[in-house]
Design a protein around this ligand. Structure first.
Ligand SMILES: *Cc1c(COP(=O)(O)O)cnc(C)c1O
Length: 358
């Protein structure tokens, strides 16, 4: 039974003030990650039945049928703790990637690994260099620790600006983070560009290469073999990948990091929550990794749809950045938030409202 306690508004105000005073200033001033709206929220809010959700870069085919079967098989074990070391998954990833299991860290999504990296390495005032526009957490997590973030803009062609990166990296930095291909632009740093940025980075920094969209580029001959390039240099590094995008497991939350040294994994193990990957997610990821046919089918479908959508947006007069991932970034020539709102309402609904002079 819900208790019905009336709380006076002055009490609420004073709580708010106390919480403000108690909170770490860096936490208080952080921007919220924009997680977007779920299809269910849109259905409820806007009364729509047919929704094409493109905002979170998920796999429209969903997970492999083999994954669904594995999830059903694991359903009876929810009372048992997960393996804190994610042993089976790390072993499967070691076989798949050729990287030793001791150099692999698993995260509750790759965002969890970005979080661990921030916790393990960053002190207030440390400098972090990342891309703009970029994946929100590449900036939010460093700021959470009080780090100073230098943002390197993409150039006019919506590509990595190698000269600007070289310049930004000529000053000391603790951490360098970027996604390749980049989210949200979709641009890809090629072999030569990747080698130049890596070579320009300060000797004593941690390189974080976020390859959340790796699977969409892995057959592109210009896509850098980051393992090969990074192995040839002395800086510590970690390459992040995820089961959320091409594998279609976004709701289960599994990402992994391939690290240059087991000591980097040890450091991250100290700051992560012990059972960060739930049982079902560990089991599902092992099975998902084994069904590369599903991944390839998903990539083929999404790439074809992406190119068709890009051509249609271009035909409508929008400037669309080339994308090597499963999303598009385009200049819509008007305030983007307003266009997004109109798309949410649905055109017919919007036009009906406009017709009524609303
Ligand atoms: C989606 C995305 C992630 C987060 O993936 P999760 O594994 O679901 O946490 C990380 N980095 C980039 C660039 C992404 O686009």
């Amino acid at each position: 039974m819900a208790s019905d306690v009336a709380v006076s508004s002055s009490l609420v105000d004073s709580q708010q003030q106390i919480l403000k005073n108690l909170a770490r200033p860096t936490a208080r001033s952080l921007s919220l990650y924009n997680a977007g709206l779920s299809a269910e929220a849109v259905r409820q809010q806007y009364g729509l039945s047919h929704i094409a959700k493109l905002a979170s870069n998920e796999n429209p085919l969903g997970a492999s049928p083999q994954v669904i079967a594995a999830l059903q098989a694991d359903a009876g074990f929810s009372a048992v703790y997960s393996d804190a070391a994610s042993t089976a998954l790390r072993d499967a990833l070691a076989t798949y990637t050729g990287v030793q299991a001791g150099n692999i860290v698993i995260g509750n999504g790759s965002e969890d690994i970005l979080h661990m990296l921030a916790l393990a390495f960053l002190n207030p005032g440390d400098r972090v260099v990342t891309l703009r526009p970029s994946f929100g957490l590449h900036e939010i997590f460093p700021r959470m620790m009080g780090a100073d973030v230098t943002l390197v803009d993409v150039n006019k062609q919506h590509q990595f600006d190698i000269a600007a990166w070289t310049q930004a990296l000529s000053m000391p930095a603790k951490m360098v983070i970027f996604s390749n291909p980049s989210n949200p632009v979709g641009c890809m740093l090629d072999n030569a560009g990747f080698e130049r940025i890596i070579a320009a980075a300060p000797q004593d920094c941690v390189l974080v290469i976020d390859e959340a969209y790796f699977e969409y580029c892995r057959n592109n001959p210009d896509y850098p073999d980051s393992q090969r390039v990074l192995a040839a240099q002395s800086r510590p590094w970690i390459v992040l990948r995820t089961f959320s995008k091409a594998y279609g497991l976004a709701g289960l939350r599994v990402g992994y990091g391939l690290a240059s040294h087991p000591e980097l994994v040890n450091l991250l193990n100290r700051v992560r929550t012990p059972f960060n990957i739930n049982r079902s997610a560990q089991a599902a990821a092992v099975v998902a990794l084994g069904d590369q046919q599903h991944v390839n089918d998903s990539i083929a479908l999404v790439s074809a749809q992406r190119d068709m959508m890009s051509a249609q947006l271009t035909a409508l007069g929008f400037r669309v950045a080339p994308s090597c991932a499963n999303f598009l970034f385009f200049d819509c020539g008007q305030p983007a938030a307003e266009l997004a709102q109109r798309l949410l309402c649905g055109w017919r609904h919007y036009q009906a409202m406009a017709g009524e002079g609303v």
